[in-house]
Design a protein around this ligand. Structure first.
Ligand code: GLC
Length: 486
């Protein structure tokens, strides 16, 4: 590991598990104090690890003193810090915008009688980024943490920050049907990816550039062309706009993955650094999406494609989604839109076979699965060829081989449908990756890459030695990393 990203650690009433921040410059007592945080950063840096915090700029908690002041009077100094609007003529909400968690995005506030906007939970009022004071205060929040030594931010729902000045209605999504995720009901034409975002992204980057070696990662779910704009003209925007292609991919097949990788590579602006994500706290886990056997292959893909990989905790040991009985659901989305909740992928990290999988001696917010006693870090450490051993081997290879860390990428023609293969090269160092997405053994001719090679890693962790790329044999679901002569 090179860096850890912590989801929000700030004081919060936890209506959305920390994404409802009531103080941007402190630590929730559940997690410790600012001093504990300093110690954590110090120790991480001593170990050569970077620390990335979650920055939640779109909304605060309704319990944040700014919002408490904002709602208290119509002409108070903080009124303009949030998005307040008068009711429509019929007394209803000012426009048709919907919350991404479901239901109207507007909440009526009795005194002084206006609606406030919340694109998420009603306890998450949207900040008004058009207000220069709010903007200044939020950029200062970034500085506060940079000063404390934080290496960067993962910026929450970055593309939503600026809303249409005229508050025009959003069109519905024609294909939407009951049971689909609530956040897909509307096309967010007027409250996402507004043109003014460009300038804002440049301002955030300028703040990061006041310090050495800091990174900005943006949470942005947009089609490729619009996503790329967040790198900024002349790359003066976000360093890494999250690439969720693999998270959203529906068919987990060689051809679909190859197309995705090629489209992404082709869309990148010149000089922009790519990144790949397999999972996060808002989407079903990779092991549940592709099945336990192919989750190893997915890991090899993530760690050998060109770009910075992001691994969601637990995916390195193949943790799967946990079915949460209705009375234990805590996620607001799980409560309002059954079946779309995010609790299944948020269960405690499975460290060992002790109670609560060694995650806590208290009662965790969510249960551990039945198989935790077999599937945990300690068990995998003691098991030859475990998925964790594979993960460690692959990260080790990334550190050893410049070709994997920063080398170029080129797809290879495998002429065999279930196999996806590519070449990574850096100054004469050449590495071939071949992944069999199918459930039968395959033999591929990759002689275009070379005629002899050394097997550095198989997803099954059970072989090494010389291989011939002309007759490269792959077992069902097997992936290999092969070093080729320079
Ligand atoms: C982001 C977070 C998600 C949160 C939402 C509102 O999508 O990843 O967990 O609920 O923003 O802050």
């Amino acid at each position: 590991m090179d860096a850890v990203w912590l989801s929000p650690i700030y004081p919060s009433p936890m209506a959305d598990f920390g994404y409802d921040v009531s103080d941007y410059t402190d630590v929730h007592p559940l997690f410790g104090t600012l001093e504990d945080f300093d110690a954590l950063v110090g120790e991480a840096h001593r170990l050569g690890l970077k620390v990335v915090l979650d920055f939640v700029p779109n909304h605060s908690s309704d319990e944040h003193p700014w919002f408490v002041a904002s709602r208290s009077s119509r002409d108070g100094p903080k009124r303009g810090w949030y998005v307040w609007r008068d009711a429509a003529r019929d007394g209803g909400p000012p426009n048709n915008w919907e919350s991404l968690f479901g239901g109207p995005a507007w909440e009526w506030d009795e005194a002084p009688g206006q609606y406030y906007l919340h694109l998420f939970h009603e306890k998450q009022p949207d900040l008004n980024w058009r207000n220069p004071e709010t903007r200044g205060a939020m950029l200062d929040v970034m500085r506060f943490w940079f000063e404390r030594g934080v290496d960067g931010f993962r910026v929450d729902v970055l593309s939503l920050l600026i809303k249409d000045e005229a508050f025009r209605d959003n069109p519905p999504t024609p294909e939407w049907r009951t049971g689909y995720p609530p956040h897909q009901r509307q096309q967010r034409l007027y409250n996402e990816d507004r043109p003014e975002m460009r300038e804002l992204v440049r301002e955030m980057r300028a703040v990061a550039d006041e310090y050495d070696e800091r990174v900005l990662i943006g949470e942005i779910y947009l089609p490729l062309d619009r996503l790329m704009a967040y790198y900024g003209e002349d790359l003066n925007g976000i360093h890494l706009p999250f690439n969720f292609g693999l998270v959203l991919l529906e068919e987990w097949e060689a051809d679909a993955v190859r197309r995705l990788v090629e489209q992404y590579e082709a869309a990148l602006p010149e000089g922009a650094w790519p990144n790949w994500v397999l999972g996060n706290h808002d989407n079903p886990r990779i092991a549940s999406r592709v099945g336990p056997s192919r989750s190893r292959l997915a890991q090899m893909l993530l760690l050998t494609l060109r770009g910075t990989p992001t691994c969601y905790y637990g995916d390195e040991i193949g943790m799967h989604d946990v079915e949460i009985p209705p009375h234990l659901i805590v996620d607001p989305v799980g409560k309002s839109a059954p079946g779309h909740g995010r609790d299944p992928e948020r269960t405690p990290m499975q460290w060992d076979a002790s109670p609560n999988a060694g995650f806590s001696t208290g009662t965790p917010w969510l249960p551990v699965p039945r198989d935790y006693a077999e599937n945990n870090v300690e068990a995998q450490r003691n098991t030859y060829r475990s998925q964790l051993a594979l993960f460690e081997r692959l990260t080790e290879l990334r550190h050893e081989l410049r070709s994997l860390a920063t080398g170029s990428y080129r797809s290879l023609d495998t002429r065999t449908e279930p196999v996806f293969a590519y070449l990574r090269e850096y100054e004469g160092e050449r590495v071939l990756v071949a992944l069999n997405f199918g459930s039968s053994p395959e033999e591929v001719d990759l002689s275009e890459a070379g005629t002899e090679g050394e097997l550095l890693c198989s997803t099954l962790m059970d072989r090494e030695g010389g291989v011939d790329p002309k007759r490269l044999a792959l077992r069902p679901g097997e992936g290999v990393v092969v070093r080729l002569p320079g």
